[in-house]
Design a protein around this ligand. Structure first.
Ligand code: FAD
Ligand code: MLT
Ligand code: ZN
Length: 474
């Protein structure tokens, strides 16, 4: 756009949301232009911060008329660069943070209706204040937003019991690229009235429209819980323990996370100096948690018995049962520090594979062997939500190594190895993080061409001018 039309366009945005909410100053823009992994740096005509669905609608109608691309941004914690504009200075960033109202809680219906810009932590807190639970939990929950969680179909640590975001959303409100509002804010558990449009927006990564509100499921709050950190000899032992715990604790098993010994070591090396609750290091550890809505449930005893049984039969080498809230928090702090630890350790290439749960050991062994053979300087480590088959293979490369000199080429070569193993085992290249900008080529290689063509057709129907988050997914 020429300078004069740009100025006119900015004035019209200002008259929609107020001049204070159209940011154009370089310093103000900076945090919105870099992704969480610091792999992309973009530029934008401005950052617009609407306060209501009506304002989002007017902004999108203006962009549609002017042919300006829109990059929706929530908490900017996404792992694939999907919320970062390109460096060509042609788009706006639409930041949802001011839309942070809890609209309604209906405890008898077990639902909460919220603006898309509410942080996940704020929604969890609002549910807790009403004596209920919103179960999604991510390391980024203080900053990521419900709109971003829906747009990425986020997963996290409680998927084993409650499912990913797709299972937690009952209704959605969204704005189409031309400004039309889709109001599907249904608080219904059953609704068979044609295509479920909400499911198209879930996981759409900002490519079909802007999510502005959602109705989410609530659950009975967990009045009792018990957490343990256990040391394991290998990844097969993790699967044996998972199987044993599912048989013994059934639906009370809420979290089952694993960390490889190499990844654990990286967490322990963090400058913040987390204390290791275990007395020795192990090839793998698992974090296991039981929860129950009954405050009288003797979960500590139950967990101690189950873990003791697993020690007796040789599955578990060592275990610490959290005996205080502080110790439980320390165990979870270890788990939630892996992303920070990987960034601290060097250049890290992280993957978001899912395979059938039974194939997790084969995936780990194959990736470890092939990466070590091909990239001798690299350290393959693993962390993940093994209870639902989602294991993150992270390949850490020293910043001064040959591999670190051409990041894109190294990423492509490492991804190819990991994806080949995943696909050979019937897996997926993205379980919970999405495709964004980073994984477009991998998506093309992974998807059946007919499926990809159908997805492009859907995109064309929603967004014929191609203005919503260009360069993401396709
Ligand atoms: P953003 O990063 O702002 O955006 C992500 C994508 O969604 C972009 O494509 C953006 O355009 C789109 N988008 C955002 N808001 C909207 C909207 N309102 N309407 C339409 N499109 C929108 N993810 C997991 O799944 N599981 C984990 O365990 C997990 N742990 C993490 C731990 C850490 C420490 C960090 C930093 C990240 C972690 N993540 C995890 C990744 C990330 O937090 C999730 O992908 C999260 O759902 C992104 O939300 P966000 O609001 O930050 O979205
Ligand atoms: C996690 O499980 O910790 C997240 O998905 C983040 C990551 O893979 O780095
Ligand atoms: Zn994860």
């Amino acid at each position: 756009m020429d300078p004069q039309p740009v100025n006119d366009f900015l004035r019209r945005l200002e008259s929609t949301v107020g001049a204070a909410n159209v940011l154009t100053d370089d310093g103000d823009l900076a945090p919105y232009l870099v992704d969480a992994r610091r792999r992309y740096k973009g530029s934008a005509l401005c950052v617009v911060r609407p306060a209501s669905t009506q304002e989002v609608s007017r902004i999108l109608a203006l962009c549609h008329e002017a042919g300006v691309a829109v990059v929706p941004q929530g908490g900017n914690t996404g792992m694939c660069g999907g919320a970062t504009p390109h460096a060509d200075h042609t788009s706006i960033v639409l930041a949802l943070g001011r839309m942070n109202r809890v609209r309604e809680i209906d405890p008898l219906n077990g639902t909460i209706s919220v603006d898309a810009g509410c942080t996940l932590a704020a929604v969890r807190a609002a549910a807790a204040a009403a004596g209920q639970l919103f179960p999604m939990s991510l390391g980024s929950e203080g900053s990521c937003q419900i709109g971003g969680n829906i747009a990425t179909n986020a997963g996290g640590t409680a998927v084993l019991r409650y499912g990913p975001m797709r299972d937690l959303v009952l209704g959605i409100e969204a704005v189409m690229p031309d400004g039309r509002i889709v109001n599907a804010m249904k608080a219904l558990r059953k609704d068979n009235t044609g295509y479920a449009l909400k499911h198209l927006f879930i996981g759409s990564e900002g490519t079909l429209g802007v999510i502005t509100g959602a109705v989410l499921k609530l659950f009975a709050s967990t009045a009792a819980d018990a957490v343990a950190l256990v040391g394991l000899g290998d990844i097969d032992a993790a699967l044996s323990l998972l199987h044993h715990m599912q048989a013994r604790a059934g639906g009370r098993l809420t979290n089952f996370e694993v960390i490889s010994g190499g990844e654990y070591e990286l967490v322990m090396k963090l400058p913040k100096g987390l204390h290791d609750p275990l007395t020795a290091r192990h090839p793998w550890v698992a974090i296991v948690e039981l929860t129950d809505s009954d405050p009288e449930a003797a979960l500590d005893d139950e967990l101690a018995t189950i873990v003791h049984e697993a020690m007796e039969n040789g599955t578990v080498q060592d275990a610490v049962l959290a005996n205080s809230k502080a110790q439980a928090e320390l165990i979870w702090a270890i788990r939630h520090s892996v992303t920070e630890a990987n960034i601290n350790a060097g250049l890290s290439f992280s993957h978001d594979t899912s395979v059938p749960v039974s194939q997790v050991p084969a995936f780990v062994r194959d990736v470890e062997r092939r990466i070590t053979e091909r990239f001798p300087a690299a350290l393959p480590v693993f962390v993940g939500h093994v209870g639902d088959g989602n294991i993150h293979a992270v390949v850490v490369v020293p910043r001064d190594s040959a591999e670190a000199q051409d990041v894109e080429a190294t990423a492509a070569a490492i991804n190819a190895v990991v994806d080949e193993v995943a696909i050979s085992l019937g897996g997926s290249i993205s379980a919970e993080h999405g495709i964004g900008r980073s994984n477009r080529a991998r998506l093309r290689a992974y998807l059946d061409p007919a499926d990809l063509a159908l997805m492009r057709d859907i995109k064309g129907l929603f967004d014929p001018k191609g203005l919503m988050n260009p360069g993401v997914l396709f």
